[in-house]
Design a binder for this molecule. Sequence first.
Ligand code: FIX
Ligand code: ZN
Length: 417
Amino acid sequence: MSNAVAVDRAALAAQVKQVVTSTPVYDIHTHLYAPPFGDLLLWGIDDLLTYHYLIAEVFRYLDLSYDQFWSLSKTEQADLIWDTLFIQHSPVSEACRGVLTTLNRLGLDVKPRDLPALRQWFAKWQPADYIDHCMELARVKTICMTNSPFDPLERPVWEQGYEGDSRFTSALRIDPLLVDWQNTVPQLAEWGYDVDAGFGGRTMAEVRRFLAHWSKRMNALYVMVSLPPDFAFPDAGPCGRLIEEAVLPHCREHNMPFAMMPGVKRLVNPGLRLAGDGVGRSNLDALQNLCAEYQDNKFLTTVLSRENQHELDVMARKFRNLHIFGCWWFTNIPSLVEEMTRMRVELIGLSVTLQHSDARVLDQIIYKWDHSRQVIARVLTDKYADLAATGWQVTDAELQRDVNDVLGGSFEAFLAR
Ligand code: FIX
Ligand code: ZN
């Protein structure tokens, strides 16, 4: 005989939706920048339309050569993408839908399909005010940038004394150091570090000096890298050695998590440039070995391949020094966000950061968070309904606490540990 308690599902759904929709999020991984970084901050209709997700999609329909496409101005590329992906075909892909959600939430009428009128509307904005406007609409309280000392456009802004912006925090990105050591050595040497490609002399100490300098200069919350699917650890090659002898000791000393993002195959089609990266299933034994061997280090991880998601969640059950975040890139589509969110909540509860935006264009935070919140609310409603059927009702305060956790609170607690 069932003792199931009757649940007012519609009321519960409305309550969860209200809390998930109104709770400010900490967007813990983006490619956005504060105003002093100038043109590095992308925003507005032409940047939305030339997002690399849409560039990859437009070539499905075009006969144009890659070179011809890249020789077009940004406005011409945007025109072509608008015509091909929005006018010649219905914009049903997640990245296309995202442009329309963004425009709609900005108060623009998409029905007339009038690109020049849209451009006119954007022209009236200045970036500094527009950042506040987008953050308010997206209900994002803080944006974590991805900051690379190896980026020739970004580096001078730090060197000229960037003083910070309360809306933005920073993460130290070190891909060239770990995945392209041979070419990075001359660069480090030019900047005054006494390094040797064969790791002789003071090399490791100098790499640590480099990491310490930039962590401090950027006030970075964590150190981060994206990795190919075949990343292995332990490994006697440069990447393995640098992680073991420089990055992990640095992170321990400064109590910074090391964010590892495995699964990206860079430039599987170089003609597409930034749009040319692919995905591969990773061997997560590497991450497991790191979590097991370095329990005094903290690891932040999101994995690109759908096939890796279940084992990643199980790993988080075994290692409290592992914090899982976001549905990254090709997994940031509603069907997979739903699957991953459900699986994460069922396996690891609320000690997770369910989403990050990975926005490269400011306005995208509006759609990325809007779409994700819809899924998160749906999943949480199901979970609370299952509890309610046993007679366990979450209070308003408990619901708000839980939502805070999965939208950034859990991440901040992990940083503070
Ligand atoms: O490595 C990363 O941080 C990736 O997110 C990017 O490189 C990628 O191009 C992207 O924009 C994905 O959303
Ligand atoms: Zn990213």
